[in-house]
Design a protein around this ligand. Sequence first.
Ligand SMILES: *Cc1c(COP(=O)(O)O)cnc(C)c1O
Length: 370
Amino acid sequence: MNNFDKIFSLAVVGVQGLIPYKAGKPIEELERELGLTEIVKLASNENSLGPGKKAMTAIQNALSTLALYPDGSGFGLKKALAKKYELEEGQITLGNGSNEILELVARAFLTPEYEAVFSQHAFAVYPIVTQALGAKAVVVPALNYGHDLSAMLQAITDKTRLVFIANPNNPTGTLLSQKSLEGFIGALPDTCICVLDEAYFEFVSSIESVNSIDWLKKFPNLLITRTFSKAYGLAGLRVGYGLSSLQFADILNRVRQPFNNNTLALVAAEAALADDDHLQKTITLNMQGMQQLTEGFIKLGLDWVPSAGNFVLVDLKQAGQPIYEALLHKGIIVRPVGNYELPNHLRISIGTAKENAKFLKALTDTLVYV
Ligand SMILES: *Cc1c(COP(=O)(O)O)cnc(C)c1O
């Protein structure tokens, strides 16, 4: 009588075809599986310096308030973000990670009648939020590992409600010029929303000027997403945000849960925003680490895709999965990217000098033996 498999056939068709997101392997899991210690994780583009002191102090100070619901309006954090970016507080949408903002925009605009456009090799969350709603995912072939904006523009029809752009893209690290992006958004029909995912904004803005916030004044169909998970070192707390027009933010606010950010996340993110010292240290470490890793790749005769993020995609010229597994046995967790149609690459997050050196040593030994 009880057919537990029947449940699957009842799910939204898009959900039945979904491949669940595969996260970087947690350190504790590898410890359990292989009994290793001193594991180095360079798999999820986290901040190897950890959270800043200001964020940690803010968390400690807020512990005694945890019996109360969080501030559902996120007043303090929104105020700090509005000041930093010279926006109105109403233009900011807070999310449980910027992943939640991606989900909110999909929920607010996609149905099975509509389509979302994104690039091959683009961030894995775009197909998930699209197909979860039964909407059609239109994948545009990449150009030199990055977004082919003219091909993407051609893929847009009157059924396209969302186009996702990751700048820089994860896992490839490719960066579009501000000029080409501005032209692209300007060329979109007014029935299509551009979700501009700037999860690595802080790393990019340390090397070139990023103008996307200025574009909010002229593009009502623009949503920018950013996060505290990467440069600010707060991935475990889940805080991200969307920046848009007031009207757009009003829509997202209707679909979000009333208390989608917890108290500790709100206070820590606000404190992190004021911790410029920690941010600068992070950016410097990233630049040095990028150089260290790419010099290591040169010695090994490996190519890589130039990256504007805190990670780098290395071309092993052989299958990545066995190398990934061999590295696991040496206590190094990196990210295989076969699920991104990149079977011969691995994505390496930039770590501390010591972590990077350990990875390079392990990679050198592994490549010799396979
Ligand atoms: C890491 C990442 C995110 C954000 O993750 P959250 O932790 O949910 O803020 C979003 N987009 C891209 C491209 C990323 O790499």
